[in-house]
Design a protein around this ligand. Structure first.
Ligand SMILES: Nc1ncnc2c1ncn2[C@@H]1O[C@H](COP(=O)(O)OP(=O)(O)O)[C@@H](O)[C@H]1O
Ligand SMILES: [Mg+2]
Length: 398
């Protein structure tokens, strides 16, 4: 059964965490996003189109009533449930007029909460008499993109998470993000998704694994990207093998158009499997000598593995020539061209990581976001065989 997708809106982080905790045992409900005021709520809901929004009334910036009104008008597929404290009946009435379908009085327990959400959802589904369109079975052309480096701290996770979100938004295709930094993976934190299961839980059922079982282990980010988080404890990593990774990627291939993989900075067999199975490797470097030395060593390994040269794209992160190394020298040392340049912008990158809102969604005007969008469009175009054929036409007719 499809899970009920929920967004939680409250200005108190404690309340939001409480609600997530209360719902963590509910199999039918999945919290896919949260917001701390009405304005953020409208943004998150428009992006993620949840089934239900749990909305606080009194919040800064834009209050719950105005947000409810906006959501009811512009995202009619989403149902709002208002949360109020005793004595706010006048506000509750206003919220219901604005389009809310039900309300919950604080404080509530997990049981009341889940019951109200499920009841409201079932009623709404009936009311809409959703005609379910039978799913056509189609072969999916699936592409695997691995973000890799032989050096830590160069931006792999930042690039992998923003790239996944960018691809999901620009192609409207199904995107899965696999965290293969098995010891210290931080994709789930970077995207602020609430983790129920991780890859460690999944491998217990690895022999039954198919695309539908896979769905139960994936968590939804509000951009639509599905995430398979890394283990909660570093010591769980050692139980995961290359063979497991192969099965996981194959199961994802059945229903995801793009599989983006974040990795650790070594050639562990799990990472090697993902590199082998990749259609494209984004090899991330920065412009300092220790990193260049390590990336060069990594490229040499991939050469021994006979990867075709155009399977590997070098991404230069925090790119700048001001520290004394020129791009040309870097390319000459590596004997490989730089495909993409990402500028340094700590303010944008770190704020967005702390909020769990990827900068390719919220800070699209920045150079760093534009750089990721460039990787996103060029890579998806190349992998789907779209070529910019203008030069050829010019050659013929110019
Ligand atoms: N282009 C950038 N500008 C500024 N800071 C960045 C940039 N890319 C990454 N960072 C920061 O560098 C640190 C390491 O990035 P991360 O993506 O976690 O690297 P890795 O996954 O390779 O270890 C993080 O603090 C991140 O916010
Ligand atoms: Mg990382």
């Amino acid at each position: 059964m499809e899970k009920i997708k929920l967004v939680v809106v409250d200005d108190s982080m404690e309340t939001r965490n409480n609600i997530k905790m209360l719902l963590s045992f509910e199999k039918r409900i999945e919290v896919i996003g949260e917001a701390e005021n009405g304005e953020e709520a409208v943004f998150v809901v428009k992006e993620s189109r949840p089934d239900i929004v749990l909305m606080d009334i009194n919040m800064p910036v834009v209050d719950g009533i105005r947000a409810t009104e906006e959501i009811s008008l512009s995202v009619p597929g989403t149902t709002v449930i208002i949360m109020s404290v005793q004595g706010e009946m006048e506000y509750v009435r206003k919220a219901m007029t604005a389009g809310a379908r039900d309300f919950l009085s604080k404080p509530f327990n997990g049981d009341e909460l889940a019951r109200t959400i499920i009841k409201t959802y079932d009623l709404e589904s009936k009311r809409r008499e959703k005609v379910s369109v039978p799913r056509q079975h189609e072969e999916i052309d699936s592409k695997v993109i691995t973000v890799f480096s032989t050096k830590g701290g160069v931006g792999k996770t930042t690039i992998a998470s923003n790239l996944a979100v960018c691809i999901a938004r620009s192609t409207k295709k199904k995107v899965a993000l696999l965290d293969l930094d098995l010891q210290f993976g931080d994709i789930a934190i970077m995207l602020n998704v609430s983790v129920k299961n991780t890859i460690s839980d999944l491998i217990k059922e690895i022999n039954q694994l198919d695309s539908s079982l896979m769905e139960e282990y994936l968590v939804t980010h509000f951009s639509g990207v599905k995430v398979l988080p890394a283990p909660i404890k570093p010591e769980y990593a050692e139980y995961i093998t290359g063979n497991h990774v192969e099965k996981i990627i194959n199961a994802l291939r059945e229903s995801y158009h793009y599989i983006i993989i974040d990795t650790s900075a070594n050639f562990h067999e799990t990472v090697l499997t993902s590199l082998d199975m990749s259609d494209r490797i984004l090899l991330v470097s920065t412009l300092d000598l220790p990193t260049i030395k390590n990336v060069k060593a990594g490229l040499d390994v991939m050469e021994t593995l006979h990867y075709p040269k155009d399977k590997i794209n070098i991404v230069l992160n925090k790119a700048s020539e001001q520290y004394g190394i020129k791009y040309k020298d870097f390319e000459n040392t590596l004997r490989h061209p730089i495909s993409f340049y990402i500028p340094e912008d700590s303010q944008t990158v770190i704020t967005s990581a702390n909020k769990g809102f990827p900068f390719v969604m919220t800070r699209t005007e920045t150079k760093v976001a534009k750089a990721i969008m460039d990787i996103c469009s060029k890579t998806t175009n190349e992998l789907s065989g779209v070529r910019d054929n203008k030069p050829a036409i010019r050659k013929l007719f110019g």
